[in-house]
Design a protein around this ligand. Structure first.
Ligand code: FAD
Length: 382
């Protein structure tokens, strides 16, 4: 088992080949960091959570979280590839033996990429149980019709996990029943029932709107039992939240380090700007908040790795870390004054990137609603 420090050193060494000029160029071109993701895959880091017998690293969530934290702490953006780490968990926990034997070694080696998950729909948003995409069984296949939005990294993925209704909402006892998840072969689906439309957005994050028009999926691509897909997706969300929290922690430290360096170097009125409490206190405050969020991240990972319930901790870690990294981003920008807006300082790029995590993959309001209802016992507000 590799220690956290060994993982950090390994990821840092890889990231040294992809410096800030690399990330800036990818961002300016609105490109995909293909060479970086390939190097990460070849080094085995994206297969960290796949068991060793299937060709993966056999590591826990805590170790996986260190990988993503380090990428962001080195100035990169894990958002380009983090899906591969947590989407695979759905297959690992709920896939059949045949699916696991076939797909996991190929995902571990990089032959197949599982970077995408299709849950969100344009008309229903966070109200997932009302999603309208239907998968209807027809002999040995399912026919899918509907629409999804914000399907990230689809262009760079061979496979996608898709959540669709298999029983209409009106016919189920509980609204979370009657949904199923499928493994979709993206390559063969595009142009044969799946149409994609890119969504240009604030971050360099390739993401798509998707239209399903009688897309055929072999019945053997159903993951787990029909009708239980919502539960399976929820299972994976705690891992996703803890991993994203770690990315935000990486961002938070990056902003604090960057601001500290600049505050020590920049001389205005014949002294470093960091001598002013108006500059140093916000940086110190950001550091305190990142450190505090980090404690909750470790707690969530530890509970997850011991198979203990961790819904509250994973949500709180994501909430605290996303908030701390965003505040650190603001402070870093302010510390840099006008230069914070210049692309060559990297602050504005990281500022945009870390802002996303207040909204996706779950917005802060929905985390607070979860804590209010499930931890505090307050009435459900929606
Ligand atoms: C760049 C990007 C990449 C993404 N990638 C993916 C992906 O790969 N796969 C995928 O499935 N999805 C993806 N998403 C979608 C993301 O998960 C959703 O945007 C997010 O969950 C919020 O849903 P929504 O945008 O539909 O907001 P809505 O549900 O429309 O909500 C709008 C606002 O209202 C608030 N709100 C809604 N209901 C309540 C309530 N009851 N109480 C309080 N506040 C409420 C929300 O918090 C939010 O702030 C991505 C989004 C972005 C921006």
């Amino acid at each position: 088992m590799e220690s956290f420090e060994q993982i950090r050193e390994g990821v840092r060494a890889l990231c040294r080949n992809f410096d800030s000029a690399y990330w800036r160029r990818v961002d300016e071109e609105r490109g995909y960091p293909d060479e970086f993701v390939r190097a990460l895959t070849e080094a085995g880091w994206l297969a960290a959570l796949i068991p060793e017998e299937c060709g993966g690293g056999g590591l826990g969530l805590a170790e996986a979280s260190v990988i993503l934290e380090e990428i962001n702490r080195c100035g990169g953006n894990s958002g380009a590839c983090h899906g591969q780490l947590y989407n695979m968990g759905t297959l690992l926990r709920h896939g059949s033996e045949a699916q696991k034997r076939y797909y996991l070694p190929k995902i571990a080696s990089g032959e197949l990429r599982l970077q995408s998950m299709g849950v969100t729909e344009p008309t229903t948003g966070t109200d997932t149980t009302r999603l309208k995409t239907m998968a209807v069984k027809d002999g040995d296949r399912y026919r899918v019709n509907g629409q999804k939005v914000w399907l990230s990294r689809l262009q760079h993925s061979d496979l996608m996990i898709l959540l669709a209704r298999t029983t209409p909402l009106a016919q189920v006892k509980r609204k979370s029943d009657g949904m199923s998840i499928f493994l979709v072969d993206v390559r063969s689906a595009v142009g044969h029932g799946l149409t994609l439309r890119p969504i240009r957005n604030m971050v360099n994050h390739e993401t798509f709107e998707a239209f399903f028009d009688n897309l055929e999926i072999p019945a053997e691509n159903l993951i787990g039992e029909e009708g239980k897909g919502f539960k399976y997706i929820l299972d994976g969300l705690n891992a996703e939240r803890a991993l994203i929290a770690a990315e935000c922690i990486g961002d938070g430290y990056w902003f604090v380090d960057k601001a500290t360096r600049y505050a020590n170097e920049r001389i205005v009125f014949d002294r470093p700007i960091g001598k002013n409490q108006g500059i140093q206190f916000p940086i110190a405050e950001s550091y305190v908040e990142v450190e505090a969020a980090n404690l909750m991240r470790w707690k969530a990972c530890d509970l997850f790795d011991r198979n203990q319930p961790c819904g509250a901790e994973a949500n709180m870690a994501k909430y605290l870390a996303a908030k701390a990294s965003w505040e650190a981003a603001n402070v870093c920008l302010q510390t840099h004054g006008g230069f914070g807006f210049a692309s060559e300082y990297d602050v504005e790029r990281k500022f945009r990137e870390t802002r996303l995590y207040q909204v996706a993959p779950i917005s802060t309001n929905l985390i607070l609603a979860y804590i209010a209802e499930h931890v505090l016992g307050l009435p459900r507000s929606y």
